[in-house]
Design a protein around this ligand. Structure first.
Ligand code: ATP
Length: 460
């Protein structure tokens, strides 16, 4: 049957078969599509459509920054940007990424709410190693992510890259080649639960250490299946000082002191926070109890180094990769989702729910969520009209290049200015992602016993 809407679709869009909408973030909508080009026929792609900037003046600076960064990034643990399209009529921007079936938000939720079992040690270690490997690449290329959280840590589904981690969503990342040059910002920074204490206390510069703090929070969440520091946002202020978040941190790690964190007194909100936080100020750390780890264990040692108060002393991604935790059994592997014990079952994590009634302009009828496997079989989605205007590919060859690959630690390295204060958003106690997705249909798939463990999945 001839699809009449195809005549009005821009040519680039005709290389994809739209399946449906899979997500929505601060900056835009995310769609699932399949490639129709013979070389990649049937390959799944995630297409992120950026919202117009508030001023309606075309592609937002955030989007342009994301493109510049992503086009240059080439690493197994960083999501690949495969195509960029701009629609000149309404200046909407479409970025096509490799599609990842899972993310840590959903994997953690599946263990917490469906399986009621912890994530196995091999999987935790493999996920963490690959997050650090991707982050080390980004930091070595002068990129700070600044918005690391479980939903931004993508994990590949079935196929050659099954179980491989991809760091996604670089909408907030910055190149800090020119660290003292102020950068325009749109006010949204790291989700409050993963936000480093120096930012909460008003630090003026970002460093790679803010990402390491977030990784520490994610590591703890992988172990306990609960966010480590679930502060309640104070939405009444544009001030970075989020007292409840600091309180949650201090109760677990103990109150910081200038002896342990020498530059504490220089932070703009340290004195205010001391005055406004009531109650006894204990210095004792109960992190090991919260995450149920032996204080002498390698896992605890690494976690406590990621959650070091002083950003100058916090472990770097490069150092973390060398940590003893990754040398002791079970050693991490490339496919983080395969079981390690011969009698362990393969966990069938749920596929992403897809709203296959949505089109690129989101003019679909009543949203109906199905799993992507259902949607993939539903080719009717292709008849949904796409943008009608002419579009062309961005001339990306002229984009500035990143600094050459080198080692960049967080100590002694100037950071990025923190211009605007984070805008608190989202509900108070529920997880920041809660409500964004509907309950996926499906559950445990591919049950069965894992055969012998292959050496080839291990990392060198
Ligand atoms: N390449 C991809 N493959 C599959 N799913 C993706 C991909 N990129 C993003 N997603 C999913 O789409 C959803 C929306 O992502 P997006 O990055 O727009 O926002 P977010 O990270 O959830 O929130 P925010 O942008 O507000 O920080 C998330 O569930 C995310 O896991």
């Amino acid at each position: 049957m001839v699809d009449a809407s195809n005549r009005t679709r821009p040519s680039w869009l005709q290389q994809y078969e739209l399946v449906g909408k899979i997500g929505e973030g601060t900056y835009g909508l995310v769609f699932l599509a399949k490639s129709k080009l013979s070389a990649n026929k049937g390959v799944h792609i995630a297409i992120k459509k950026f919202k117009q900037s508030k001023e309606g003046d075309g592609v937002s600076p955030t989007a342009i920054r994301e493109i510049m960064l992503l086009r240059e990034c080439d690493h197994e643990n960083v999501v690949k940007l495969v195509n960029v399209h701009i629609n000149h009529t309404d200046m909407s921007l479409y970025l096509a990424f490799d599609y990842a079936e899972h993310d840590l938000y959903e994997i953690i939720r599946h263990h917490r709410e469906k399986l009621s079992t912890p994530i196995n040690q091999y999987t935790v270690k493999s996920l963490l190693w690959q997050i650090l490997n991707g982050l080390n690449y980004l930091h070595s290329n002068w990129i700070i992510h600044r918005d690391l959280k479980p939903s931004n840590i993508l994990v590949m589904g079935d196929g050659d890259e099954h179980g491989v981690v991809k760091i996604g969503d670089f909408g907030l990342a910055r190149i800090y080649q020119a660290p003292l040059k102020p950068l325009g910002d749109n006010g949204v920074v790291v989700t409050i639960w993963y936000r480093a204490p120096e930012l909460l206390l008003g630090a003026k510069h970002y460093t790679t250490a803010v990402d390491m703090w977030a990784v520490g929070c994610i590591f703890a969440e992988l172990l306990t299946l609960k966010p480590l520091f679930q502060g309640i946002e104070d939405k009444s202020t544009h001030n970075p000082l989020q007292l409840d978040q600091l309180d949650k941190i201090f109760r677990v790690l103990g109150h910081p002191t200038p002896e342990k964190w020498p530059t504490l007194n220089n932070l703009p909100y340290w004195q205010t926070s001391r005055q406004r936080m009531q109650g006894p100020k204990s210095e004792s750390c109960v992190l090991h109890q919260v995450v149920s780890l032996q204080q002498k264990s390698a896992a605890y040692d690494l976690l406590s180094k990621m959650l070091e108060y002083d950003p100058c002393k916090r472990i770097t991604a490069a150092q973390a990769l060398e940590h003893e935790y990754f040398r002791c059994e079970p050693v991490p592997g490339r496919n983080s989702l395969v079981p390690i014990q011969p009698n362990e079952k393969v966990i069938g994590y749920p596929q992403r729910p897809v709203d296959f009634s949505a089109d690129f302009e989101c003019s679909g009828s009543q949203p109906q969520m199905v799993t992507s496997s259902h949607a993939v079989n539903n080719t009717g989605a292709a008849s949904v009209p796409g943008p009608r205007a002419m579009s062309q590919q961005l001339p990306l060859g002229n984009m500035p290049r990143l600094a050459p690959y080198g080692i960049a630690g967080q100590t002694g390295m100037p950071g990025l200015p923190v211009n605007n204060l984070p805008v608190p958003r989202g509900p108070q106690q529920p997880h920041p992602q809660q409500g964004k997705r509907k309950e996926p249909i499906g559950g445990i798939q591919n049950p069965g016993h894992y055969a012998s463990q292959s050496k080839s999945r291990r990392m060198q």
